[in-house]
Write a protein that binds this ligand. Structure first.
Ligand code: NAP
Ligand code: ZN
Ligand code: ZN
Length: 366
């Protein structure tokens, strides 16, 4: 078949069946538990890849958004942005993927592609609009639906590759938790000779420990208690402290070059800023419902920086996945059927997850 014939065939399929019925789980309102939900995906366009989703991680951001804690929720909402699966179909002009390939989607599915940020591989900061994987909008304003579903259709330029040596289920959390920690670790030059603290040993935090360790930094975990200490050491931490012990904050004063703060709740930032050396930086990746007051004194007295960072661009996400392949890094996961998603949310809220829930999407057929 020639290109134009195949385009005509594609076009006629699209006209007779313009969308693909898709099953998933959604929050219908901010107060509702997630429940089975049917919706439509578009047919693959010329540059689109159709992915059968096998696993999707549960990120704390899914909970914040499904409960409208950030104030920008679009309902019904199918959460999920740690998506891995297999390519089931490709548009006529797709060159990067073929049917049968492993494929992955992270936090966004499109962006303007022409602004300075998009052109430099920082699509998550697109000046026009980043199309978030769910609770977002495509270029044509269609709402996006995420990975708690059986399939997804995404432009090939926003699809990632999972190294063949990594287990697919345990790789899913790399797509958000992994890149969200990798990007600031690289940007703030974590590596040999650098002392890095990770605050909060949850989904993001445990990836931060693994990645900072693999980059050669000296890693300290600051957790609410010592109950995850053995895990922290196994994951690669050199030191582990409980933030419930006030002595931690005197003992570690002026210790760190970099603190990555993954805490999902409001907290006293000043205490943590005092743990930075002169010129050190604390990077917020946690996005609590309520803002934290910024204590100017702790910044001024030490020329310290307080910064933030959002996931990572496509190029850097692929770099992170390849780094994980080389270092055999995946997430520590608990695989659940989708019917247990609401219980899993409650356990995440209690910091009772070791260390990421991953939904086995085959359970949609149960
Ligand atoms: P998570 O698995 O729930 O981990 C958060 C950890 O923070 C908990 O395990 C706990 O660690 C600690 N924590 C929770 N409540 C706390 C409190 N009241 N005081 C002190 N520490 C507390 O969540 P996650 O999926 O890693 O996400 C963490 C945050 O990052 C969320 O706000 C999420 O929305 C945000 N996020 C941001 C980005 C981004 O691009 N910037 C990407 C993904 C997620 P311990 O038990 O060790 O104390
Ligand atoms: Zn996330
Ligand atoms: Zn852009």
């Amino acid at each position: 078949m020639t290109v134009s014939q195949s385009s005509i065939a594609e076009e006629s399929t699209r006209l007779t069946n313009p969308t693909i019925p898709t099953r998933g789980y959604a929050a219908v309102t901010a107060k509702a538990p997630l429940a089975p939900f049917s919706f439509e995906r578009r047919q693959p366009r010329e540059h689109d890849v159709l992915i059968d989703i096998q696993y999707c991680g549960i990120c704390h951001s899914d909970i914040h958004q499904a409960r409208d804690e950030w104030g920008d929720a679009i309902f019904p909402m199918v959460p999920g942005h740690e998506i891995v699966g297999t390519v089931k179909g490709v548009g006529s002009k797709v060159t990067k993927f073929k049917v049968g390939d492993r494929a992955a989607i992270g936090c966004f599915v499109d962006s303007c592609r022409t602004c300075p940020e998009c052109c430099s591989g920082l699509e998550q900061y697109c000046a026009v609009r980043t199309s978030w994987t769910y609770n977002g909008r495509e270029k044509d304003d269609t709402p996006t639906y995420g990975g708690y579903s059986e399939r997804i259709v995404v432009d090939e330029n926003y699809v990632l590759r999972i190294p063949e040596n990594l287990a697919l289920d345990a790789s899913a959390p790399l797509l958000c938790a992994g890149i969200t920690l990798y990007s600031p670790l690289k940007h703030w030059h974590a590596g040999p000779g650098k002392k890095v603290a990770i605050v909060g040993l949850g989904g993001l935090g445990h990836m931060g420990v693994k990645l900072a360790h693999a980059l050669g930094a000296e890693v300290t975990v600051l957790s609410q208690s010592l109950r995850k200490q053995a895990d922290g050491k196994r994951l690669g931490a050199d030191h582990f402290y409980a933030t419930s012990d006030p002595e931690t904050f005197t003992k570690l004063e002026r210790s760190f070059d970099l603190i990555l703060n993954t805490v999902s709740a409001q907290m006293d930032l000043g205490q943590y800023l005092n743990l930075l050396r002169v010129d050190g930086a604390m990077v917020m990746v946690g996005l609590p419902e309520k803002d934290n007051p910024v204590p100017a004194g702790a910044l001024v007295m030490g020329r310290r920086s307080l910064a933030g960072s959002a996931n990572g661009g496509i190029r850097e996400t692929q770099e992170m996945l390849d780094f994980c392949g080389k270092h055999k890094i995946v997430s520590d996961i608990e695989v659940i059927p989708i019917q247990q998603v609401n219980e899993a949310y409650e356990r995440v809220l209690k910091s009772d997850v070791r260390y990421r829930f991953v939904i086995d999407m085959a359970s949609l057929n149960k």
